[in-house]
Design a protein around this ligand. Structure first.
Ligand SMILES: NC(=[NH2+])NCCC[C@H](N)C(=O)O
Length: 413
């Protein structure tokens, strides 16, 4: 199968043809107040409503010609061979950091007991409570002395933010190394999909990054501004060293990309990724958070004369001037979250008012709750697809966070 039929993303705004989602599962109901901080949540979504909201998101995409595929299905479909399934379970258990051999054996036996791959994958994502494992307490004195930690395998509640564990860039994949242990476990699912799913059989996928790297990179920081220009945030989650590694791999392949713009953004939870403060919504229109307005320091990375050499330059310019320069635009419109009002911007950026998903040039999916930003987008001629968001937004991610494009149509500049 030709590469462009499986992975092809050369912009943020080309008409979206195929996207990967994850429908929130029972991992959300394994969130507890004690776990929220470590598992990167600020509240506990009501799963039934979160699922209804997510189904509305998926249906909005389908109604606009987008093929929706689900992570949980692709993983299950990648494990039809028993040896591969065993390899996956062993790697999953190893990364679940289960100390005792006996417990690892019990968990493996439990997972192999599921009648379908999909049910097993759901359980892996949801997490395993100690009470689910027969005879758990009889393993040893240590286990009899009730440790109050309820899980033998932690839940992965951030899986519905499919933007981050890997990114489709051009015709390749950045299989990311996530900043936190809890989210790095998610990248194992991506690894097996690209390695074993039938849709990629016979397809030589170039990997721009790898989950085993020793510096972190997350997909929320990776934006494809054009088929020549990438933007990467140096953020709370993505390190500068990772940007250099990404640049070397991409520039030393026969991809079209010529420059990577690295933006050093404030390292704080509300700004965890570049796409929480900046997204591209049309050829010359962008959403931004007022805090990144004004002169910005940007590092441009280009391919050097010799292989693996980079030319890196530092510039301090207004964001609009940076975008005009590198995208060859005469005019740039920056649409400010919360209409620039400090209070409205603070509230709506926290609930991902800047985190739009473009499904075509000038056409974006937005959260209903960010009404101030949404009104401004419409005033700038942007077509909105508004989705419900009360429960989904509690995970601190928006429509762009909850989606990973696999195929977009090319755009004509
Ligand atoms: N691309 C994004 N902005 N992703 C948002 C991810 C939210 C998730 N709770 C985390 O902290 O990782």
């Amino acid at each position: 199968m030709a590469m462009e039929n499986v992975l092809h993303v050369y912009s943020e705004i080309g008409r979206l043809k195929k996207v990967l989602l994850h429908r929130p599962g029972k991992e959300i109901e394994n969130l507890t107040p004690d776990l929220m901080d470590r598992l990167l949540f600020d509240d506990i979504p009501y799963l039934e409503i979160a699922r209804q909201e997510h189904d509305a998101f998926a249906q909005t995409l389908r109604n606009n010609g987008v093929e929706v595929v689900y992570l949980e299905d692709l993983v299950a479909e990648s494990l039809t061979d028993n040896d591969i399934k065993t390899e996956f379970i062993d790697e999953f258990i190893k990364e679940a950091n289960i100390k005792s051999k006996k417990k690892r054996e019990l968990v493996k036996e439990y997972l192999l007991g599921f009648s379908t791959n999909r049910e097993m994958v759901d359980k892996m994502m949801e997490g395993i409570r100690k009470e689910e494992i027969k005879d758990y307490k009889k393993i040893s004195l240590v286990d009899m002395i009730e440790s109050d930690y309820p899980f033998i395998v932690d839940p992965m509640p951030n899986l519905y933010f499919t933007r981050d564990p890997f990114a489709t860039i051009g015709s390749g994949i950045s299989l990311n190394h996530m900043r936190t242990v809890t989210r790095n476990r998610e990248t194992l699912f991506s690894k097996y999909i690209f390695k074993y799913h039938p849709m990629f059989k016979g397809v030589e996928i170039p990997f721009w990054y790898d989950r085993d790297e020793n510096t972190s990179m997350e997909g929320g920081d990776q934006l494809i501004l054009s088929d020549k220009v990438l933007a990467v945030g140096i953020s709370e989650r993505t390190e500068a060293a990772s940007v250099e590694k990404l640049a070397r791999r991409i520039f030393n392949n026969n991809e079209k990309f010529e420059v990577i713009l690295a933006f050093d953004i404030p390292k704080k939870r509300a700004f965890m990724h570049l796409d929480t403060v900046f997204t591209m919504i049309d050829y010359d229109k962008f959403t931004i958070h007022p805090e990144i307005e004004g002169p910005l320091t940007v590092y441009s990375l280009r391919k050097g004369e010799e292989k693996h050499k980079l030319i890196i330059e530092k510039e301090t310019m207004e964001l609009s001037d940076i975008l005009k320069k590198y995208l060859n635009l005469d005019k740039v419109t920056l649409i400010r979250c919360g209409n620039g009002n400090k209070i409205d911007a603070g509230r709506e950026q926290w609930n991902d008012g800047s985190n739009t998903l473009a499904i075509a040039p000038g056409e974006v999916v937005v959260y209903s709750r960010n009404h101030v930003t949404n009104k401004l987008l419409e005033e700038h001629g942007i077509k909105l697809h508004v989705i419900p968001s009360s429960e989904l937004s509690r995970g601190r991610g928006g429509p762009r966070c909850m989606s990973m494009p696999l195929i977009r149509e090319d755009i004509n500049w």
